[in-house]
Design a protein around this ligand. Structure first.
Ligand SMILES: C[S@@+](CC[C@H](N)C(=O)[O-])C[C@H]1O[C@@H](n2cnc3c(N)ncnc32)[C@H](O)[C@@H]1O
Length: 275
C-alpha cells in the first residue's frame, strides 16, 4: 500500500468508532428498522428488492444493510479493517444478510466474484481514488448486461470552495476557490483533525485526495461501456460540506435562503451496461 492510501486508511479506521455513536450516522434507526437512505438516493434509486448489489466504499455498512433490509443481496467493500469489522458486527446484531469484504477498491476484481444488477457508490467516494478510469472499468466489470452503476456524491465544483468561516457565503460575495477543480496526478494534501460526521478530532490528520471534474467522470464512465440514463446536479448535499450551508427539514444541507446565484452541491447519475 502506498503512503497515500496508508494515511487515508488510518484516518478512516479512526473515524469508525466516533461514527458509530454520532447522530449523523443513524445506527439506532438501522437497529429499529426505520433507517432510510438520504433523500436524493431515495428519490432516484427505485425498488432494490431481489437485486444483487455491490456497494463500493461501504464504510461500516449502514447503507449496505439498509439495502439488505429492502430485500437486496448486498456485498459491501471497504479498505478499512475497522469499518468492515463493525459492519459484520452490525449485520450479526440486526440479523441482516450482507457480505462484507475488506480490500482496496482497485483490488476488488481479485476479491469479489460474480456479476451484479447494481453497483452502488455514494457520498465521499471518488475523491479518495487516484485513477478514475480504473474505477469506472472496475464498476462496469462487475455489472451484468442490463445492470446499472448508481452514483451520488459531492459535485466536483463544490469541492473547490474555501471552507473557512466567512469564506463561503455566496450571498455576501465571499465564495472563494481554494482547492483544484481539474485532476492532477499529484494529490491534494489535507491536514485536518475535523470530521464531517462527529465532534471527534482525529490523531490521524493527514489525508490525500484527488479532484475529478465532471468531464472526467462522464468520459470515464462512458468509455467503460456504460450508457447514461440520467445525470442530475443538486443544490443540496448529504453532509455539511461548508459551514455556511443550512440543514433542511429533509436532512440535506443547502445554501442559505437568498443565495444568488445558486451553485451545485452534489451530482448523481445512473449509467447502464447495454444488454
Ligand atoms: C465517506 S466514506 C463513504 C461513506 C458511505 N457512503 C457510507 O455508506 O457510509 C468513504 C469510504 O471510502 C473508503 N475508502 C477510501 N479509499 C478507499 C480505497 N482506496 N479502497 C476502498 N475503500 C476506500 C473509506 O474507508 C471510507 O469508509
Amino acid at each position: 500500500m502506498d503512503q497515500y492510501r496508508a494515511a487515508n486508511r488510518a484516518k478512516w479506521d479512526e473515524l469508525v468508532q466516533p461514527h458509530l455513536t454520532s447522530g449523523f450516522y443513524s445506527v439506532d434507526a438501522l437497529r429499529d428498522g426505520t433507517r432510510r437512505l438520504d433523500p436524493i438516493v431515495e428519490r432516484e434509486l427505485g425498488d432494490v428488492s431481489g437485486l444483487s448489489i455491490l456497494h463500493l466504499q461501504c464504510h461500516f455498512g449502514l447503507d449496505t444493510l439498509t439495502l439488505a433490509r429492502r430485500g437486496a443481496r448486498v456485498t459491501g467493500l471497504d479498505f478499512s479493517p475497522e469499518a468492515i469489522t463493525v459492519a459484520r458486527g452490525l449485520a450479526a446484531e440486526t440479523g441482516l444478510d450482507a457480505t462484507f469484504v475488506e480490500g482496496d477498491l482497485y483490488a476488488a476484481p481479485e476479491l469479489i466474484e460474480g456479476a451484479f444488477d447494481l453497483v452502488f457508490t455514494t457520498w465521499g467516494t471518488i475523491c479518495w481514488l487516484p485513477d478514475l478510469a480504473g474505477w469506472a472499468r472496475i464498476a462496469s466489470g462487475f455489472l451484468k448486461p442490463g445492470g446499472a452503476l448508481y452514483y451520488a456524491d459531492c459535485h466536483p465544483m463544490a469541492y473547490v470552495w474555501d471552507e473557512g468561516e466567512g469564506a463561503c457565503t455566496p450571498a455576501t460575495g465571499h465564495l472563494k476557490a481554494k482547492y483544484p477543480y481539474f485532476h492532477d496526478t499529484a494529490p491534494t494534501v489535507l491536514d485536518d483533525p475535523d470530521d464531517y460526521g462527529s465532534d471527534h478530532k482525529t490523531e490521524n490528520t493527514l489525508t490525500y485526495e484527488w479532484a475529478h471534474p465532471v468531464g472526467e467522470i462522464v468520459t470515464t464512465v462512458a468509455r467503460a461501456g456504460l450508457v447514461f440514463e440520467f445525470l442530475h446536479e443538486h443544490t443540496e448535499i448529504a453532509w455539511a460540506l461548508l459551514p455556511s450551508l443550512v440543514q433542511q427539514e429533509s436532512g440535506l444541507h443547502s445554501w442559505p435562503a437568498g443565495t444568488d446565484p445558486v451553485l451545485p452541491l452534489s451530482l448523481s447519475f445512473k449509467a447502464v451496461k447495454p444488454t
